[in-house]
Design a protein around this ligand. Structure first.
Ligand code: FAD
Length: 381
């Protein structure tokens, strides 16, 4: 079925993203996995091509593309090639910038947004802590007032881009007695005294992305580094999490669809008992089901993208898109591995890496259980 949400401008942008991937990413895939990180040159090249500042207004160095579909195209095209890059771009381009664009003061925008758009300032977001991620309101990192400054103490874990970030948006308790209503957001430059990082975490998948623990030991910041309203951090996060979850859904579908297309080709070529394995009725029916499953998921996600473009996407729509697409991705990729037989378990095959890479999508940015909790509450349960 022809997708109707993209027009000629989006397709032209898609072409330029593909060219970027072919020129600056695909030749270097092996080195990214070895380093567990993307080199700064890659980020700078992406910035140069205008890929990092889609949601950043032009006066701050971005492209000011208010139409979220451009971000969706970037997500789809990076997900098709490399899930880990898609994750790192997602945090830097879609998750972090809205907090600065929508909540930042003029001084904060001028200070950080141009560098974020160019790739000179890499960003991360620190919500999750070793003690828990689902229950954000229970976070333990504190920011205590001391004269004109705030003193931050605590730690964060599983932070995407954490190892290479220059700037981390940190959620910390400023009024612990007020629980969720006592959290504030701080822009913490990683050059600050008292900030340190642990090792790059050894993950099951997405080997190429740098994921780290971050430590804050009496890190001092001022009011100029408070993002948004004091004690309103939880509300701010709830406001922007739906966009992050929609981004995840877009990527989940694009990633699974691409590997499914590649798997179909494989099943047409691979022979057993004198015929292509895809032509056995079991596999033919299975592939028919998988293509249906992914295209139905895509249709719902496309509808959510348009709702977001029109400012109508609800947190519940986004929760549905996120858990459903993650589940579909997981099921589709598991079958794709099976259809590859033993080769499906070999890391040198894309399908094996894709299967490992996808496992996290049911966990992060709000687990599938938390998404269902939100939907259930909305049903009045
Ligand atoms: C590779 C990777 C990258 C990440 N990047 C970032 C990042 O950049 N920034 C960031 O802040 N975080 C990041 N995260 C953290 C991620 O968002 C959390 O792991 C996630 O929110 C779950 O939190 P948790 O790991 O503490 O699990 P827990 O909260 O301990 O949950 C454990 C299990 O209990 C379930 N559970 C919890 N509460 C309920 C409930 N009420 N009902 C039913 N089940 C429940 C969960 O669904 C899960 O299955 C990343 C994680 C990974 C793995």
């Amino acid at each position: 079925m022809r997708r109707e949400i993209y027009d000629g401008d989006h397709e032209a942008f898609r072409k330029s993203v593909r060219e970027f991937m072919e020129r600056s990413v695909i030749p270097n895939l092996d080195s990214y996995a070895e380093d567990k990180a993307f080199p700064r040159e890659m980020w700078l090249a992406a910035g140069e091509q205008g890929l990092l500042g889609l949601g950043i207004p032009e006066e701050y160095g971005g492209s000011g593309a208010e139409d979220f579909r451009f971000a969706a195209v970037l997500g789809e095209e990076t997900a098709k090639v490399l899930a880990a890059l898609n994750s790192c771009f997602g945090i830097h381009c879609d998750t972090v910038p809205p907090y600065f664009v929508e909540l930042g003061t003029e001084e904060q925008k001028q200070r950080w947004l141009p560098g974020m758009a160019s790739g000179e300032i890499l960003s991360a977001i620190g919500m999750t802590e070793p003690g828990g991620g689902s229950d954000l309101a229970a976070l333990k990192t504190t920011a205590v007032r001391d004269g004109d400054e705030w003193v931050i103490n605590g730690s964060k874990t599983f932070i995407t881009n954490g190892y290479s970030a220059d700037l981390v948006l940190v959620a910390a308790k400023t009024s612990p007695e007020k629980k969720a209503r006592g959290i504030s957001l701080f822009a913490v430059e990683t050059s600050k005294e008292g900030f340190s990082r642990g090792r790059k975490l050894d993950k099951v998948g997405q080997d190429e992305s740098d994921t780290a623990e971050l430590f804050f030991d009496n890190v001092r910041v001022t009011d100029a580094e408070v993002i948004g309203e004091l004690d309103q951090g939880f509300i701010h996060m709830m406001q922007w999490l739906p966009q992050e979850r929609l981004g995840s859904a877009i990527n989940n579908v694009a990633h699974a669809k691409q590997i499914l297309i590649e798997t179909l080709e494989y099943t047409k070529e691979r022979q057993a008992f004198g015929q292509p394995i895809g032509s056995f009725q079991h596999n033919k029916f299975l592939l028919a089901e998988l293509f249906t499953q992914i295209e139905v998921a895509e249709a719902y996600v496309d509808k959510c993208v348009m709702a977001h473009v029109h400012g109508e996407l609800t947190a519940i729509d986004a929760a549905k898109a996120k858990w459903w697409s993650a589940q579909a991705q997981s099921e589709v990729l598991d079958h794709c591995v099976q259809l590859h037989g033993g080769y499906g378990f070999m890391n040198e095959y894309r399908v094996a890496r894709a299967w490992r890479d996808a496992r996290v999508t049911k966990i992060w940015a709000g687990s599938n259980e938390i998404m269902k909790e939100l939907i259930g509450r909305d049903l009045g349960l």
